[in-house]
Design a protein around this ligand. Structure first.
Ligand SMILES: Cc1ncc(COP(=O)(O)O)c(C=O)c1O
Length: 476
């Protein structure tokens, strides 16, 4: 059944396109709406004809832009009047399997972490406010201290150098603005890169609007920020260098230690967004010349909505959230005790498994690449093949719309990410892929990111159906 909002929208669209709505229009729209609700993808012509009697010709006669209009009028995101995307592939799978290849996007809670969350919500740890002097409060405070020590141990830093935040984005904002605001009177120069996460980019743009001088470094042909690029950009008034450790889209690892040494020599604080590196590669800020470093819970199988910022003892930041003075006066607000406990546990597990997981994921990734070479001719892998974490593969498929591929894969249970005109996702990824000089009109790019629950069987499942999907959706 169409809901009232959708009915109103359909009427609006009909008015705008001077379409007289008939019973047949409604039959097609109602079927497509119900189909989308159930399957999360729009129906193809054959399905519509089977269930409503309206042929492809009918649909093009009835609606101003054929199937595109049907989808747009009822809010199916993959087709729009402006973007003429192709219908998704129609594949029958033998044994449906859910395959999650989007660990860079977010992760699930890992099994060992769940009991801690459950205990917290059940009230086993008490419900105390960590700032209260009661036993309940002290108990909560101790739990936070333990988690702080766990995160600190995973980075070989001191516990009081860890500040809990509500996300990686908040940690990035605190790092960048917190340093910059110390120079609010004199301002100064900030160096960052064009491939940062939006929480760094937007913070730096904002500071630019406030009168700070900002430089955005570009990547080299491998997608890396070089030490030389940083060296050339440093000025006598540079107050901050902010560069990510691992890029979220193509998985490259920047030469953080080398850049850290450079910043140390120049006596400029070095802020590293390690959201995608944490738990995947060994990070020792003190040995890498890193002054501030952000991490996030939901990339390491802890809950969403918890992050942390490492701030070296030598540095201080101006808080962004003022209030009761929690988190050593650097970030006020009653702490998210349950999430902090879970984050600490996930960090400990990640630290313990970092080498074995790296090895396992590398083997899985190599197996994936072998399948890709065999089954998908003409593909490209974006970004350096050497300086990268194995957890990520960003693949360009020739003659494919990545949004259509994303939805087609999703239809058979495979979760990936893309930056596409046709998908519901953002266009973000094209920024870095374009910076690599890739012809983004020709190649549809898909990010596969691997993690804890992935196995060889997942890769086999994908490659069992991928060639057929590509065959169905590729441009001729
Ligand atoms: C590189 C990078 N930095 C920061 C963030 C933001 O982290 P959060 O989602 O915890 O705000 C992300 C999340 O995708 C990321 O990939």
């Amino acid at each position: 059944m169409l809901n009232n909002y959708t009915k109103t929208y359909i009427n609006q669209m009909a008015r705008r396109t001077r379409t007289d709505i008939t019973e047949m229009h409604l039959r097609v729209l109602e079927f497509a709406f119900a189909y989308y609700e159930k399957n999360k993808v729009g129906p193809l012509y054959t399905n519509i004809e089977r269930h409503t009697g309206a042929t492809k010709q009918d649909i093009h006669r009835l609606f101003p832009h054929g199937l595109n209009s049907v989808y747009t009028w009822i809010g199916i995101p993959i087709h729009s009047v402006d973007d003429t995307c192709k219908p998704v592939a129609d594949i029958d799978v033998d044994e449906y399997r859910e395959v999650y290849f989007d660990h860079n996007g977010t992760t699930y809670l890992r099994d060992e972490v769940k009991p801690f969350m459950e205990k917290y919500t059940r009230g086993d740890y008490g419900h105390g406010n960590p700032s209260s002097s009661t036993f309940l409060g002290k108990n909560a405070f101790e739990k936070i201290s333990t988690a702080r020590s766990e995160i600190a141990a995973s980075l070989s830093v001191n516990p009081h150098e860890i500040i809990f935040t509500a996300s990686g984005s908040e940690a990035n904002n605190l790092g960048v603005k917190g340093i910059a605001f110390k120079y609010h009177q004199t301002k100064g120069h900030i160096i960052t890169t064009s491939i940062e996460h939006s929480s760094i980019l937007e913070s730096v743009h904002f500071l630019g609007m406030l009168g700070y001088e900002v430089s955005f470094l570009d990547v080299d042909e491998n997608g890396l920020i070089t030490e030389d690029a940083v060296r050339s950009a440093l000025k006598s008034n540079t107050i901050l260098v902010a560069i990510m450790a691992v890029n979220n889209e193509i998985g490259i690892i920047n030469p953080i230690k080398e850049i850290g040494e450079l910043c140390k020599l120049a006596e400029v604080p070095f802020m590293v967004d390690a959201t995608q590196a944490y738990g995947k590669i060994d990070l020792k800020p003190k040995e890498m010349g890193i002054s501030l470093m952000s991490v996030s819970g939901h990339k390491i199988y802890a809950p969403k909505g918890i992050g942390a910022l490492y701030i070296d003892d030598m540095y201080s930041v101006v808080p962004l959230i003022h209030g009761g003075g929690q988190e050593f006066n650097r970030r006020s607000g009653t702490e998210n005790v349950g999430h902090i406990i879970a984050f600490g546990k996930a960090a400990t597990l990640a630290r313990k498994e970092i080498q074995s997981e790296y090895k396992r994921i590398t083997e899985l990734r190599d197996y994936f690449i072998r399948q890709l070479k065999e089954k998908v001719p003409g593909h490209i892998i974006n970004g350096s093949i050497h300086n990268r974490v194995p957890h990520n593969l960003n693949v360009g498929f020739p003659g494919i719309d990545s949004g259509t591929l994303l939805i087609s894969l999703n239809k058979i249970g495979v979760y990936v990410a893309s930056g596409s005109s046709c998908s519901a996702g953002s266009k973000e990824s094209s920024r870095i892929i374009k910076a690599l000089g890739v012809d983004t009109d020709y190649y549809g790019t898909i990010r596969f990111s691997f993690g804890l629950n992935n196995s060889k069987e997942d890769v086999d499942y994908l490659f069992k159906y991928l060639p057929e999907i590509i065959e169905q959706i590729k441009d001729n």
